[in-house]
Write a protein that binds this ligand. Structure first.
Ligand SMILES: [Zn+2]
Length: 446
């Protein structure tokens, strides 16, 4: 027991000589080598080696999450890479290598899972590939035993640079101007894993200087940012979104980031703060940028407050980039196929989409698959964006309490807003991704 607790990061990581060095091949190879060393090395050393090996592979494969499943006869390890889970290891389990106990201890849990259910969340930091990788651990008691999920937070992968999130030059120029407003509120929407936290952080980083006071309210604080005052929501102690916001407003802030707005109270405090000389960024859960307004109506926020404080809104998704090593050129889809695709869209919107797909000069690609991309045909991800800027037309619709489709039409027409689909098609036209990927990601707009 003491041994588990005493094993600190950075110490004792050198394997004793009798353990073979991990193979250069797959994680499965590495695991098999460790299994062969059984009995020749202390079980704990094998477990340490195996957990290190899994994390090394996770960073190498750019995995965002690592799933460790030990419920059946097998030890199964899956990585989420570019948003999709892949089997990395599925071999007979070895109870002599106490892998889950090792990870539980790293995460600050007891080595054995609790007998009755308790929510367990922990984190640890590890030096891998020459940099500090933060790992957030969650344990889940399935009926057959424990499942561990490790969220790998690699700042380098994150690239908190606004120029690199995937915004094109026009949108980037607009956003940089918008986030330099002295006051107002800007909303980002997108599903879990859409990259919206990364965008928020990139915006804060872009405007942060010693001359302004930037405060965030988050749940959880995902990445520690230098020079920014980050606070964590804690409902148990009464530090709720609304309470946190009231506290922040007494801290002489210039810029406030509110992790999420989900009720009337925090919405009202935020929008009023935006009217009284503060710049706010926040996220809200809706299917697209224009429907943020309806969501605020539903919460009970008065239209005048929305119309006078809102600077704009952005919706985003992550799409996989086609693998540059194996992608093949593709012809544009035929006109009848496009007509079928747009038949249920708003006619104005459908017209723009059709023109975008069929306009000559596109360099469409189709995915194939090679060793480099693990036969997925894709490598890495980028964002697609729907940027809606406030204008007189939209403001008038807000004051009239107009429904989302009218606001959306006004944004496309007057504000020249590109929808997620339109922005995605532009990225497919340049061969960054494929039309199939854009349709996959934008078809489920929840
Ligand atoms: Zn490839």
């Amino acid at each position: 027991m003491a041994f588990w607790g005493n094993k600190q990061e950075g110490e004792g990581q050198q394997p004793p000589p009798q353990i073979p060095a991990p193979g250069t091949g797959s994680l499965e190879d590495g695991y098999n080598e460790l299994v062969k060393a059984k009995g020749r090395a202390p079980a704990i050393d094998l477990a340490i080696k195996l957990s290190d090996l899994i994390l090394e592979y996770a960073v190498r494969e750019r995995a965002s999450d690592v799933h460790i499943e030990t419920q059946g006869p097998n030890l199964r390890v899956r990585f989420r890479v570019d948003g999709i889970l892949q089997d990395m290891l599925n071999s007979p389990k070895n109870s002599d290598i106490p892998l889950t106990q090792r990870i539980r201890v790293l995460a600050g849990f007891d080595p054995e899972p609790p007998t009755s259910f308790r929510n367990e969340e922990g984190r640890f930091q590890k030096m891998l590939a020459g940099r500090a990788i933060q790992v957030r651990v969650s344990s889940f008691p399935t009926v057959n035993g424990e499942k561990l999920v490790l969220r790998v937070l690699d700042r380098q992968q994150l690239g908190l640079d606004l120029d690199q999130v995937g915004l094109d030059q026009d949108a980037l120029t607009l956003i940089k101007k918008l986030i330099r407003n002295p006051y107002g509120i800007f909303f980002i929407t997108g599903s879990t894993g859409s990259g919206k936290t990364t965008s928020l952080y990139a915006m804060l980083k872009n405007i942060n200087t010693p001359m302004i006071n930037v405060i965030t309210l988050e749940d959880p604080v995902e990445y520690r940012l230098e020079g920014i005052n980050q606070a964590q929501i804690n409902a148990k102690t009464g530090f709720t979104w609304a309470e946190g916001l009231r506290t922040i407003l007494r801290q002489d802030p210039d810029v406030i980031m509110v992790g999420e707005i989900r009720d009337f109270e925090s919405a009202e405090i935020s929008l009023r703060a935006a009217l009284t000389g503060h710049l706010l960024f926040t996220t809200i859960h809706t299917i697209n940028a224009p429907s943020i307004i309806e969501r605020l109506f539903e919460m009970g926020v008065p239209p005048f407050l929305i119309g006078s404080s809102m600077l704009g809104a952005m919706s985003q998704r992550l799409v996989r980039k086609v693998c540059p090593k194996c992608a093949q050129n593709a012809a544009p889809p035929s006109e009848p196929v496009v007509n079928e695709f747009i038949k249920n869209m708003d006619p104005e919107e459908g017209k723009v989409v059709k023109e975008l797909i069929l306009r000559p000069g596109a360099a469409y690609k189709v995915e194939k698959g090679c060793a480099e991309c693990r036969n997925t045909g894709y490598m890495g991800r980028t964002g697609i964006f729907e940027l809606m800027l406030m204008n007189e037309d939209i403001r008038k619709h807000i004051l009239d309490h107009a429904p989302t489709d009218m606001i959306k039409r006004a944004a496309i027409k007057g504000g020249k807003m590109r929808t997620l689909l339109m922005d995605g098609i532009l990225k497919a036209r340049t061969g960054t991704t494929t039309l199939a990927e854009i349709i996959r990601v934008t078809a489920t707009m929840v």
